[in-house]
Every structure is written in structure tokens, then in C-alpha cells.
Design a binder for this molecule. Structure first.
Ligand SMILES: [Mn+2]
Length: 333
């Protein structure tokens, strides 16, 4: 692993023209990692085109370089960095072509569903965020980072740990956060920027949370969001960020799902687990992916069929009914 870290460091020092890309519909880790690496390349004297298929979501636009993210790469380059994913398709519609024309690909990913990609890869599902992997590279290569890069890395680790609340919050994540504060990051200011609520956000939250239903003896919680809710509250899908934590926090819940019908034929599903169920494995069965405790997928089903499928899959993953209940087939007591 440390060999790969130093090798990535050498690529950073010895190349000049880079493209830095992360998965489509970028989250805080994807954006933060992209902007941190872009800033580091800039400070090392290189040039980086920052690529994403989708715009930088509002909560992350305060970061340095957020206004420079583009959705098409014209210029020639030497090295393509693929961050927070490891499949060309996750970069969006132009991803496969971008990877195909890259003279060299370096991938950094911490998803359980990591595939092997590129000439150099750093993959560790034990890392709390892709930002943590970047930090390991910078340390292995002796690369100093400034406050602007530090702020972007802080957003990466802050958001991917759910504000240091999820089970991936480990010593390394907290040590990284502390080091970044030492480089001038103001945690209170970043938190205000990242977690500010859109004007219609609370009304949207009220509507979404009012759809809560509990299934499987209270171990599965479902909430729904519809286009009509966005219209009525003047919000967008990105304003759903974090809502799924509320059904997940209900006592007894093992899995929370947020379902969003896209067009009557496809339902986007976000899944969160409290540890017992590996939702990445569930999502991967249907072409999605993610982490043990946080994953997503799309189902080409109507909403009712999608809900039934999620319920059946979660029931299967949970295995036998809770010990306190005597279901059919249990020994008589
Ligand atoms: Mn991530």
C-alpha cells in the first residue's frame, strides 16, 4: 500500500497536465477530494482540469476551485485521476471515453465495491473517505498542503462520516480533521456552509418525513420523495441530503431507505444500515453500490414494486426474525 502511495506522489510531482474526476452526482467527498487534489496540483506547479458530469452542489460551492469544475475535457493531458469510484461509468456519460483517452489513469477509492482501474490504484474500504486516501498520498510523498486544500479535504471527511457520527469515524479520520484544523480550517464556518438549509428545505423535510412507514417489525423504515414535493417547496433532489438519517435513527431500525420515483418506471433508492445488513451487497445485486452502511441503486420498477423488492431483500438479509418473536418454524418454548 505505501508503495502505491509513494508512486501516486511521484506521479503528482513528475507530471504537469492532469484531469481530476469524481463520480457523477458528486457528494461532499467527491467534491472535496477533487478540489483538494486540484489545489495541490496547482501549488506543485501543474495544471488540473477539474471534471464532473454534474454541477457542484450548492453546499460545497464555497470551496476554492468549485467554480472551475467543468463537464467536458477538451485539452490534452497526461494523467487522469479517478476519485471516490473505480468504474468509468460512474464518471457519467462521458466517463468511458475520458478513461479510454487517458495516457495514464490513477484511481483512489474507498468503496466496498471497488474494481481494479488504471495503472495505479489506491483502494481501501477501511478509509473513512477518499479524502483520507489523498491525505495518505500527501504524507507519503511529503507534499505540504495549504488552507484551501485543507478546507476541501475537511469537507470530504466531514460529510462522508456524517459529521463524525457514522461507524467509519475512526482515529485516522479524526486525526486528519485535527491536522486540517491545524492548517487553518475553521470547523464552525465549514459546518455552517455545508449544513445550511435551503429556504424550502424544512418544508421538504416535513413532507418527506411524513411518508415514513415501518416494516419488518420496525427493522425497516421507508420514506419517499416525489417531484411534486420539490415543486411545492421550490427545492431540488440535492436538498434531500441527510434526510435519510432521520428514519435511520428510529429505535429498532436496521435499514432505512429513501425512495424517489424518477419517471414512473425507475425508482432511485438510497439505503442506510445500522450495521447488521450490508446494504452495498444488496445494492450491487441490482447494479448499484456503496459502503456496508450506505449505498444506492436504481430499480426499473414502479414505486410499489420497488418498495416490495426492498422489503423482501432486507428481510432476506436480516435472516431469521428477531429472537424475541416466535415466528413459524421456531422451536416451541
Ligand atoms: Mn466517499
Amino acid at each position: 500500500m505505501s508503495g502505491a502511495l509513494s508512486a501516486v506522489g511521484r506521479v503528482l510531482r513528475e507530471s504537469r497536465r492532469f484531469v481530476v474526476a469524481a463520480h457523477e452526482r458528486p457528494d461532499g467527498d467527491a467534491v472535496g477530494s477533487t478540489l483538494a487534489l486540484g489545489r495541490v496540483i496547482e501549488t506543485l506547479g501543474g495544471r488540473a482540469v477539474l471534471y464532473n458530469a454534474d454541477p457542484v452542489p450548492e453546499p460545497y460551492r464555497f470551496l476554492h476551485g468549485a467554480d472551475q469544475v467543468v463537464s467536458a475535457v477538451e485539452a490534452e493531458f497526461e494523467v487522469l485521476f479517478v476519485l471516490d469510484c473505480s468504474e468509468p461509468a460512474r464518471l457519467g456519460p462521458g466517463g468511458a471515453e475520458l478513461v479510454a483517452r487517458a495516457p495514464m489513469v490513477v484511481a483512489l477509492d474507498h468503496h466496498l465495491t471497488s474494481r481494479s482501474l488504471g495503472q495505479l490504484m489506491v483502494a481501501d474500504p477501511g478509509a473513512a473517505a477518499t479524502g483520507v486516501l489523498l491525505w495518505r498520498v500527501f504524507r507519503a510523498a511529503g507534499i505540504e498542503i495549504d488552507r484551501l486544500a485543507a478546507e476541501a479535504l475537511y469537507v470530504a471527511v466531514l460529510t462522508d462520516t456524517g459529521s463524525f457520527r457514522h461507524s467509519n469515524t475512526d482515529q485516522e479520520a479524526l486525526a486528519l480533521a485535527a491536522a486540517l484544523v491545524g492548517l487553518g480550517v475553521d470547523p464552525a464556518r465549514v459546518a455552517r456552509e455545508v449544513y445550511a438549509t435551503a429556504p424550502g428545505g424544512l418544508e421538504l423535510m416535513g413532507r418527506v418525513l411524513s411518508t415514513l412507514t415501518l416494516h419488518l417489525d420496525g427493522r425497516l423504515a421507508l420514506v419517499r420523495a416525489t417531484d411534486d414535493m420539490f415543486r411545492r417547496t421550490d427545492t431540488v433532489a440535492a436538498d434531500l441530503e441527510g434526510f435519510i438519517e432521520f428514519p435511520r435513527s428510529v429505535a429498532g431500525v436496521e435499514v432505512a431507505a429513501l425512495l424517489r420515483p424518477l419517471d414512473g418506471r425507475t425508482v432511485k433508492v438510497s439505503l442506510r444500515s445500522n450495521g447488521r445488513v450490508n446494504v452495498a451487497a444488496l445494492a450491487e445485486k441490482y447494479g448499484g453500490g456503496g459502503h456496508h452502511n450506505a449505498a444506492g441503486l436504481s430499480l426499473d420498477l414502479d414505486p410499489a414494486a420497488a418498495e416490495a423488492l426492498i422489503e423482501a431483500e432486507v428481510e432476506g438479509s436480516l435472516g431469521a426474525p428477531a429472537a424475541s418473536r416466535s415466528g413459524a418454524g421456531s422451536p416451541a418454548r
